[in-house]
Design a protein around this ligand. Sequence first.
Ligand code: EPZ
Length: 426
Amino acid sequence: MSYAKGGKQIEKLIINGGKQLNGEVVVDKAKNSILPILASTLLCPERCIIHNNPDYTDIRNMCHILADLGAGVIVDGDNLIIDNSTTTKYFIAPDLAKVIRSSIFALGALLGRFGKARVSYPGGCDIGLRPIDLHLKGLRDLGVDIQESHGLINCDASRIHGGEVYLDYPSVGATENLIMASTVGKKRKTIIHNAAKEPEIEDLQNFINAMGGKVKGAGTSTITIESVDQLHGTIFTPIADRIIAGTYLIAGAMTGGEISVVGCEPYLLQALIDKLIKSSCKVDTKGDKIILRASGKRKCFGFVETLPYPGFPTDLQAQILTMATICRGNSVIRENLFEARYKYVPELIKMGANVVVRDRTAFVSGVRELQGASVYASDLRGGVALVLAGLVARGYTTVNDIWHIDRGYRHIEQTLSELGADIQRI
Ligand code: EPZ
């Protein structure tokens, strides 16, 4: 991995568009499952092993934070070995918190382990302000004393108690933080209402219970946690990344090929599969394999809006919009979760897409084809959308600032090349 001065990577992807993609992809494990799971290892003073670590840069950054807190972190091939028996710090350095927003997930775990925590505001990111008011309100409802000053959040959980917490919005991160803050310590029962139902929360529940925790109800709106005195080490294999699976299915739909993704339970992608079928793709499922056969027609799916799970995932919004740019007819996409999640659209317009964005709604008129261009990734999923556009554009597309993409996809160019794309990282 090569870095220019200032730490930003100068690597880019060069794509010669127009190749049909065919083949099978074994889906890597879920970034948004492993990140909270890594945070929850702080609750456990023994060694935990996570199998099939996909080594995305977001995961490396989270490991840096754990190591900075004193944990032993070893990457042993595909296994991530985390030992928090040596963890002593409860203060996350601001410069580390800034690098990865999900450091905020460590807050609940630090409170559970040490009864106190000092973290800095993770700050906004490429797709929006990313407030943490729901995290803090929930913790205060459980008796955590939180003082905010100079950008730092000082938390004291010495008087934490159980009880019922109601989330005004089913926030994924807030749900995960409240689970981790309630998992160990003095005997108490905590019930979270209007909890997020994302599959990654169920994975976190399974990991915590594998360590000896008592969490139940994840995947529903009501999650109950009974605290335990201490957790023990465990070995765990996370679920597949449904967003990566969906991304490759859309790549198959756009290039007109036949793509199978293996390892991701089809029910996790029901909302996307529905739109792919509406776009005249043929989708079959067999166990944990989803097989997509695109047709030449590329009918547009009409309307889609992003919603909390099981609604259409916001992390696939950029990818499905990009597919719409080459579908015959008009599509409307509404982004309900993040206020700045269309930054990739001007780059698509550079490639000849016909998209108009008003506030959180995008209006797309399909064009016959896109043209290759030099474009810039501005965030993880928007960056991947530009790669998808390059796969079908006429001529060469250069996607710059691909460090955004490496945050959540492991060697994307290798996987796409194996499927028949003409793509290289330089
Ligand atoms: C998680 O972010 C994911 N990240 C995001 O994936 C994903 O897009 C998001 O959930 C929604 O599914 C990880 O799991 C690491 P939220 P999170 O709290 O927890 C508002 C990717 O590309 N909100 O459910 O931050 C917030 O502004 C990333 O992999 C508050 O107002 O999502 C947003 O509008 C991007 N106050 C909405 O809720 C709060 O305290 C959803 O946020 C918290 C959130």
